[in-house]
Design a protein around this ligand. Structure first.
Ligand code: NAD
Length: 308
């Protein structure tokens, strides 16, 4: 697409590399973040750092948000000096944050009431996907807005899906992550059983990865060191997907399920285990550390509770 002027609000782990892909695609990107280190790192990536939302959105063709939690999204859109108060209504608004369904619906309704087009645009693929420009985008909104969004997100995306209507992007994101975390519970328990029955982890992994136990967390996060190169078990469970983020995503999925009167027994168990990890002080560790709740002694190979 032709060069656009884009505002980017929230230059964190995801936002900075995503915005940098837009710069690389030839767009002019004006970024905002309250954290000085985030601003400096974004400037080094070619993002023009603005002092306020009003300054960043001035004349923007599109406004992206990448914010930690639902409350930040509501504040950035609806607060004094926020997006709705300061952006031109011709700007398309895209929220790439993972929020709850109610917040997403609120953003759609309040945007429409003020004459803005809004697209819920959550992503999957993590920081590595953001850097590489290979994220999966799940878009929810009106057909015209989603068509505009598709062209805008293309430099950041490996896959782009039009899910068909407001909040359906976030619905896909939450349902996908619920599957991931329930699968992770299965991987944890299967790995613990295999280990306690005397199987060599690497040999068992080879079997499961070509058998019906295969899954994304098995392939990516097998909870034993020396089995898969990407596993947090090789790095004392330093976060690839922090437990606090996993807990947020799964809590939103369970809330949405509760509202839809779904029982969701397995998701609730996974959520309890993330809550326990956070209570034990491991919110910053990788969520695959829930493997410790599947072992007889609460230990996991590759995890040293006394170091970092
Ligand atoms: P992050 O905490 O690294 O980044 C969020 C940034 O928003 C921070 O730099 C923070 O200073 C900034 N911010 C907070 N309030 C602000 C405000 N009022 N105005 C401007 N900036 C503000 O988080 P992240 O890992 O980049 O994740 C961002 C969103 O993407 C979250 O909703 C997360 O759930 C989602 N997400 C993250 C991942 C991942 O792997 N990290 C993957 C998919 C989706």
């Amino acid at each position: 697409m032709t060069m656009a002027s884009i505002a980017w609000i929230g230059l964190g782990h995801m936002g900075a590399p995503m915005a940098a892909r837009l710069v690389a695609a030839g767009h002019e990107v004006h970024g905002v973040d309250p954290v000085p280190e985030a601003r400096a790192a974004a400037a080094a990536r070619g993002i023009r750092v603005a002092g306020s939302i009003a300054e960043a959105v001035d004349g923007a063709d599109a406004v992206f948000t990448s914010l930690p939690r639902s409350e930040h999204v509501r504040e950035v859109y609806g607060g004094e000096g926020g997006v709705w108060a300061t952006a031109p209504t011709s700007a398309l608004l895209l929220d790439t944050s993972t929020v709850d369904v109610t917040t997403s619906a609120f953003c759609h309704e309040a945007s429409a009431a003020r004459g803005f087009g809004f697209v819920d645009s959550p992503v999957s693929g993590g920081i590595a996907g953001a850097e590489a420009g290979t994220l999966t985008f799940m878009l929810g909104g009106g057909a015209d807005e989603v068509a505009r969004a598709q062209a805008l997100v293309e430099p950041m995306a490996g896959h782009v899906f039009d899910l068909g209507g407001p909040t359906l992007g976030i619905a896909a994101k939450l349902a996908n992550n619920l599957m991931l975390f329930v699968s992770l519970l299965g991987v944890s328990e299967g790995a613990a059983l295999a280990g306690s029955l005397g199987l060599d982890p690497k040999k068992f992994f080879e079997v499961a990865s070509v058998s019906s136990g295969e899954s994304w967390p098995l392939r990516t996060w097998y909870p034993a060191p020396g089995v898969v190169a990407t596993s947090p078990a090789d790095r004392n469970f330093d976060a690839t997907f922090a437990t606090t983020l996993a807990q947020k995503d799964l809590a939103f999925a369970v809330d949405a399920g509760t509202a839809a009167e779904l029982p969701m027994p397995a998701a609730r168990i996974a959520l309890e285990q993330f809550d326990r990890l956070i209570d034990e002080g491991y919110g910053g560790k990788d969520c695959s550390l829930i493997a410790k709740f599947a072992t007889a002694d609460g230990g996991v190979p590759g995890f040293d509770a006394t170091s970092g």
